[in-house]
Design a protein around this ligand. Structure first.
Ligand code: ADP
Ligand code: MG
Length: 689
């Protein structure tokens, strides 16, 4: 190994790569030869052997060759060109919905062609739609591929063939450039990096295709390991960078906490006490706290947040708490006002929907330090928000915020970092949390406050809607209250609001003796507040709502929840919604009122909801059924895009990756940047936030 490293050579060093192609490659994040080398196949095709047509099954990727027996344009629902291909063992139809006059002229009976494509069951038996094909000379067919054919991620203007060509040009040059092994000695049993890369770009004809397609080949695992390691290292680096900046140490002040707790109607649970203790220790140190609190819905995270905020405020600093939705933020505002104002603490409010004059006043009071606790939505992130002395930033419902956003709320206080407390209502399976939140310490509230009765969940088809409405009537006749939640497929607040209005009218008519209220995201804050207040006070018995009530809303007397079309929601979201009931001492019920027909997958999810009420178990199930992207939320997912690793499939590697990352950070710090650069390239920029 000699010469400059592959990371230092630009792709333009390859033959045939000019400025234009280089620009297109850059869209695939390929700038250096190393980037190209690490641009790994998504799948493979076996073009090394020809299959006899007579032995084919549907849904196989195959090479077939033979002679065209008939070629006709047929006019079915769509016009298509159909060619019958025969090879002596059987016949097959090639079907083209798009074809040129030239193609039609050449695909004539008697022509010999070799085709690549996927078989499917069609109107005429086995068919291949739009195969790739080439004509061949019956006497001397051209050679077949000698390796499995890789399929790469591509972008407009770059074909598979083009990428394959570039890789073919690059691989023989590998020996001339240094491609350092970056794994520490303890991980050398993964085998040589160069070997793995060569193999994955050009797997031999007898390579285990199924294993490769499953991404479980040892070479793929080796690279996935390194890729996950790179992510882990970048988050650890981020953590170090943040912690190096220092924070304000906030000595514990037992008096203020005791006074606050004494004013509450209940005592904290053991789990709450433990987590409060962990946070208080963090806060007392002059190093920014970076802590994630996980707790199932209803486990009492707000109280933990309050104890943390109090510690900052008791030391003369500000704290901020941010929530992802207006309704949840408003609920926090009410809670904190009720808890803190009697202690003489000034609580401020910042939201995007605020009147300009109110907002101006709130901004001023935040900047002057008059407000000691500031509650808000994303509006807290904006540049114009300046804090006098922010020592603690609390972010509720973390799964909706990504790393970027989390870090944007740093509003430096006296040149130091505020402490950060992140709370998630959606439990995250451990392996996933270890990857996505590697920069955070984790506390878990694993106990619910006493006196909760588990919610009984039933799954009912919409045909029995009128029975369900009678059930609402009966519950309300007993002095209970009910939620009726409307969901929509489209992420449209307007359509969702409309659907909820229709349902509210329907229920108001059917349940003439009851008060039916309606909340959705399109109402003005004051209107929403009024409806919520009336529901809380019991003046409204049935609250029709969109999924805006998903998080945080707390009305203990509500013991019945109907969720319409629950099959449209993820498990975590259903669990959140269901967590709105079962807060009082009466037995609560949740009715999942589904639309027919229900897919097998939808059925599996609804049964999971019926069978368990443990948020962690539900999160595991969600991960299994929908994958990490949905569990973490889209923002977070955007920051967790992998070339070939998969947080769920590779979960078995996580423990080892975690300890390897800590080992590297401690004993081989010089490896950190090269590993991050190799795998994350430009994406590592978030480490610079
Ligand atoms: P979440 O963890 O979902 O944010 P909340 O903080 O909203 O939960 O708490 C849910 C409900 O439980 C609230 O009504 C809260 O006042 C109540 N609560 C919290 N802690 C306790 C406790 N230790 N004992 C009794 N009730 C509690
Ligand atoms: Mg909460």
């Amino acid at each position: 190994m000699t010469g400059p490293g592959l990371a230092d050579i630009e792709v333009t060093a390859l033959k045939g790569v000019g400025v234009q192609l280089a620009e297109k490659l850059a869209k695939l994040h390929i700038v250096s030869l190393q980037d190209l080398l690490f641009h790994l196949p998504l799948r493979y095709m076996d073009r090394t052997k020809v299959s006899p047509i007579g032995a084919l099954q549907p849904n196989q990727n195959v090479v077939v060759q033979g002679v065209i027996k008939a070629a006709d344009v047929v006019f079915g629902r769509r016009r298509s060109l159909m060619c019958r291909l025969q090879d002596g063992s059987g016949t097959l139809t090639l079907r083209f919905y798009h074809f040129s006059a030239n193609q039609k002229a050449k695909l004539q009976p008697g022509a010999h062609i070799r085709c690549y494509g996927e078989t499917r069951r069609g109107a005429s038996g086995l068919e291949i739609y739009h195969p790739e094909y080439e004509f061949y000379d019956e006497q001397a067919p051209a050679n077949l591929a000698s390796t499995l054919t890789p399929v790469y991620p591509i972008t407009e203007g770059i074909s598979q063939a083009r990428l394959r060509g570039l890789i073919e040009q690059l691989l023989p040059q590998l020996g001339q450039h240094s491609l350092p092994e970056l794994l520490p000695n303890t991980e050398q049993n993964w085998g040589s990096l160069e070997q793995a890369l060569r193999y994955l770009h050009q797997p031999p004809a007898d390579a285990p295709l199924d294993q490769l397609l499953d991404m479980r080949h040892p070479y793929q695992q080796r690279l996935a390991f390194e890729e996950l390691l790179a992510h882990q290292l970048s988050l650890l680096k981020l953590r170090q960078r943040v912690q190096a900046e220092g924070a304000i140490g906030l000595p514990e002040n037992p008096l203020s906490l005791e006074k606050f707790l004494a004013g509450l109607a209940f005592a904290p649970t053991g789990a709450q006490q433990r987590v409060i203790g962990e946070i208080r220790t963090d806060l007392s140190r002059p190093v920014p706290m970076l802590r994630l609190v996980q707790g199932d819905v209803g486990s009492g995270k707000t109280l933990v947040a309050a104890a943390a905020a109090l510690q900052a405020i008791a030391n003369g600093y500000q704290a901020a708490i941010m929530a992802p939705t207006e309704i949840l933020a408003e609920q926090h505002l009410q809670n904190f006002r009720a808890w803190f104002e009697p202690l003489g603490i000034s609580v401020g409010w910042l939201s995007g929907k605020q009147k300009a004059s109110e907002r101006k006043a709130a901004l001023a009071a935040t900047a002057s330090g008059e407000h000691q606790l500031i509650v808000g939505t994303h509006a807290l992130f904006q540049d114009e928000v300046a804090f006098a002395d922010l020592a603690l930033a609390i972010i509720d419902e973390q799964h909706r915020f990504g790393v970027h956003q989390r870090l944007a709320l740093r509003g430096k206080s006296r040149g130091l970092r505020p402490h950060q407390l992140v709370m998630t209502a959606t439990p995250i399976p451990r392996t996933l949390a270890m990857s996505a939140y590697a920069d955070l310490d984790v506390s878990i509230i694993d106990e619910l406050p006493p006196g909760r009765t588990p919610v009984t969940t039933v799954v009912v088809p919409n045909e029995r809607r009128s029975q369900v409405i009678e059930r609402v009537r009966a519950a309300c006749a007993e002095g209970r209250q009910a939620y009726w939640v409307c969901t929509l497929i489209e992420e449209s607040e307007a359509l969702e609001a409309q659907a909820a209005e229709v349902t509210a009218t329907e229920l108001a008519t059917a349940l003439g003796e009851l008060q039916v209220g309606l909340v959705h995201g399109r109402l003005k804050p004051a209107e929403k507040e009024a409806v919520m207040a009336a529901f809380k006070a019991g003046q409204i018995q049935v609250l029709v709502a969109t999924t805006v009530i998903e998080v945080g809303v707390d009305v203990p007397n509500a013991s019945l929840m109907i969720i319409e079309n629950p099959e449209r929601l993820g498990l975590a979201q259903l669990h959140q919604l269901r967590g709105r009931v079962g807060r009082g001492s009466t037995a609560s019920h949740c009715v999942l009122l589904y639309g027919q027909p229900l897919s097998q997958y939808g059925r599996a999810r609804l049964s999971a909801m019926r069978e368990t009420s443990d948020g962690f178990a539900i999160a595991e199930k969600d991960l299994e059924l929908r994958g990490p992207g949905e569990v973490l939320g889209t923002r977070q997912t955007g920051e967790m895009q992998f070339k070939l690793a998969d947080l769920q499939r590779d979960a078995n590697l996580i423990n080892r990756i975690r300890s390897c990352a800590l080992d590297i950070a401690k004993h081989h710090p010089d490896l950190v940047d090269p590993i991050i650069a190799r795998w994350l390239g430009q994406a590592q920029e978030y480490a610079h936030v």
